[in-house]
Design a protein around this ligand. Structure first.
Ligand SMILES: [Zn+2]
Length: 358
């Protein structure tokens, strides 16, 4: 509780911490002493009393962000991006693998990449955070990640045992939602993050908590958005999806699908095509917005495809199809975390798993 408060509120006095956490001052002093010893907080000198009252000025304590580092790895469908990060989620060093093998060889390549990053760290490493596509349970077991040929693989357990540093593993879309919540300025009362790449993933945070369900929360990519008996005026007839069905959201919203659609079009026609995709996305999202009272939707992916007419059409379709008081305060925006959003999410896995900070 103390670390969580310092992380979000910044430096505080022990009295502030007692007020904010509801703990007694004695308990707070004991805990701060233990955290000082562990190198997780530091004394920051004295704060002048704001009310000009007489008495001893309070000493501020703050979270130390420089005493530990985190190793984060974002597994994509083919490549792996890795980094050493500090406790604010800032990247200190980067290493990656352009083409990761699958199956057991993929696990060995991941262990090697983790070891390389651990060797680059200049401070003790608090933990390893891995984000991966696929269905992953709370213990960090990959239940299925078909692109990597991983099934019922206890990845967190293997990495922890091989490397001697605690590892956390989570689905990439869920980690992206955590990254937006912790480092991207999202409020988290009703946050949906949509990651657009080779596929479409989504993560959902309600009332400050990530929703996990049976591991398949946010599987919006394979919702049918174009029926074969009702072709879309702009988008035409439905295409076959990798899942075998016709007209899934992924067949129009993935990056390759968007690039194919606007290839060779003049700027106006390209804008109209992107808006048509945004309209279909809005149709999918309107019931979600209404159902769970979303206040913020954050898109990540190429801004040239997602950030303009597509985003505008999505928002206007949601507004047309929901009650004004439901969608009035809804914000739909591009991520501010850029390409490092998934790595920030990997860092949050470690912060929350090891320090209870999110
Ligand atoms: Zn599909």
């Amino acid at each position: 509780m103390i670390l969580q408060h310092l992380f979000h509120a910044g430096p505080c006095s022990r009295a502030d911490l007692a007020r904010a956490t509801g703990l007694t001052r004695v308990t707070v002093s004991d805990l701060v002493a233990a955290l000082l010893q562990a190198g997780l907080v530091e004394e920051l000198g004295q704060q002048p009393r704001p009310d000009n009252k007489v008495g001893k000025p309070a000493t501020l304590v703050g979270l130390r962000t420089d005493s530990f580092q985190i190793v984060g790895i974002d597994l994509l469908d083919v490549a792996a991006h890795g980094a050493v990060l500090d406790l604010t989620g800032a990247v200190v060093e980067r290493r990656g693998v352009p083409e990761m093998p699958t199956g057991d060889a993929g696990v060995r390549a991941l262990v090697a990449l983790c070891a390389e990053l651990l060797a680059l760290a200049t401070h003790p490493v608090l933990g390893i955070g891995i984000t991966s596509p696929g269905v992953i349970d709370e213990a960090g077991t990959v239940l299925q990640a078909p692109n990597r040929e991983w099934y019922d693989l206890p990845l967190a357990e293997i990495l922890t045992a091989e490397l001697g540093v605690p590892a956390q593993v989570a689905n990439d879309a869920n980690a992206a939602a955590l990254g937006e919540f912790t480092f991207g300025g999202a409020t988290g009362s009703g946050l949906l993050t949509i990651s657009v790449g080779d596929g479409v993933g989504a993560g959902l945070i309600l009332d400050g908590a990530l929703l996990l369900g049976q591991g398949a929360v946010g599987e919006l990519g394979h919702v049918t958005v174009i029926d074969d008996d009702v072709p879309d005026a702009m988008l035409g007839t439905p295409e076959r999806c990798a899942c075998g069905r016709l007209g899934c959201l992924e067949t129009i919203l993935s990056v390759p699908a968007l690039r194919r659609r606007i290839a060779g079009l003049d700027p106006r026609a390209a804008e109209a095509a992107l808006a048509a995709v945004g309209h279909r996305l809005g149709l999918v999202l309107a019931p979600v917005v209404s159902m769970v009272n979303l206040t913020e939707i954050v898109l990540s992916g190429p801004a040239d495809l997602l950030g303009g007419p597509l985003l505008d059409a999505t928002l206007s379709t949601i507004r047309e199809r929901t009650l004004p008081y439901v969608s009035r305060d809804l914000q739909l925006r591009m991520t501010t975390l850029g390409e490092d959003g998934a790595l920030a999410g990997a860092a949050v896995l470690v912060l929350s798993g090891r320090l209870g900070v999110s």
